[in-house]
Design a protein around this ligand. Structure first.
Ligand code: DP6
Length: 339
């Protein structure tokens, strides 16, 4: 139950990049996916979110990177807080301050880190005692991919089978110390367009219209098993081709959606070609590309090959910058003030 004392909590979470994509919702109200997905949580990039309870009667407020937000972002935060308030039996509104240390509009999955940090900060501020598993279920309600940012390192979100969604949450596969040489080179392209359709809506269009969606669903259990096994063996020769195969499968269902979802730019396509060329020249897979619903790329490689891969991809015309990232931790409390 709520107390009269104003409560405030601040948590941080990092974005994750999917090795196996979540793309398809079987229950929109509960954000339940058709398929399980696997991701890597990233170091260095983070969202820091403070939830501060306000006196009853005030409105919820959302301040994103210092600017008061309205419209859809505020609406989705309010809906999320409503679920927390209902559980806590506390009707007080809240001021949510959220700050990303990376560009929000860069298409680098700020909804994953955003809802993971919000779930943890709101749960604490409203006095809910919840396990990480429960936090993952809560974060899922805000944004599917956020369920995975609760944990560090390699994470799997199991789709679950129950209609009430209680078995649809993420769990750690291998923590952030498991494969120290593993790197994610984020390639930011200069010709990315603003995303016009929310991923939640775009993936429902894919389920309805892509003739390739069923085939992808049939392939996924096998691919998930192979990717888990390759991670278990820390074997890039096995893992990297599977990651690219999965990315290509995701891109195919997007491109065959009606109307077509075309997330890549000229520069991104040139980067994919360059990764293929690098692997062909090396005679083995030294890098693996992937991307989400946007034009920027994530290129996995190992520490020993990172310089070569980075130098080559920086040379692709249209590449604006690259960040070389390692595996990072799950959601964590912080006592620092929000800048
Ligand atoms: C392509 O769960 O991030 O990144 O709820 O609209 O924010 P929203 O969608 P989200 O969708 C993620 C789609 C993806 C694949 C993935 O991360 O698994």
């Amino acid at each position: 139950m709520g107390t009269d004392r104003a409560r405030s909590a601040t948590w941080e979470a990092s974005p994750n990049i999917a090795l196996v994509k979540y793309w398809g919702i079987r229950d929109p109200a509960l954000n339940l996916p058709y398929n399980s997905s696997i991701s890597l949580t990233l170091r260095r990039l983070r969202t820091r979110t403070t939830v501060e309870l306000a006196p009853e009667g005030a409105d919820d407020r959302l301040i994103l990177n210092g600017v008061s937000a309205e419209g859809r972002p505020l609406e989705s935060v309010r809906r999320f807080l409503d679920r927390i308030r209902e559980r806590a039996g506390d009707r007080r509104p809240a001021v949510v301050r959220s700050h990303n240390n990376f560009p929000t509009a860069s298409g680098l999955a700020s909804s994953a880190s955003g809802f993971a940090a919000l779930a943890a900060a709101a749960a604490e501020a409203y006095g809910l005692t919840v396990s990480r598993r429960e936090l993952s279920r809560l974060a899922r309600l805000g944004s599917g991919s956020a369920s995975r940012s609760i944990f560090g390192g390699f994470v799997e979100w199991r789709r679950g089978d129950r209609r009430d969604g209680r078995d649809s949450y993420a769990r750690p596969l291998f923590d952030e110390r498991y494969w120290p040489a593993f790197r994610d080179l984020v390639v930011v392209v200069g010709d990315a367009r603003e995303k016009s359709v929310r991923s939640q809506d775009a993936m429902q269009a894919t389920v309805r219209t892509s003739p390739e969606f069923d085939r992808r669903q049939r392939e996924l259990p096998g691919r998930l098993a192979k990717i888990r096994a390759a991670l278990r063996r820390r074997d890039p020769d096995e893992l990297f081709p599977l990651i690219m195969e999965e990315c290509d499968s995701f891109r195919t269902v997007c491109e065959t959606t009606v109307p077509s979802l075309d997330y890549l730019s000229r520069t991104s396509r040139a980067v994919l070609d360059e990764v293929r060329a690098l692997n062909a020249e090396a005679g083995r897979p030294i890098a693996a590309y992937t991307h989400d619903a946007g034009a920027h790329l994530h290129v996995f490689t190992l520490a020993k090959d990172a310089r070569t891969v980075r130098a080559r991809l920086r040379g692709v015309p249209g590449v604006r910058r690259t960040w070389l990232l390692e595996a990072g931790p799950g959601v964590r409390p912080t006592h620092a003030r929000v800048p």
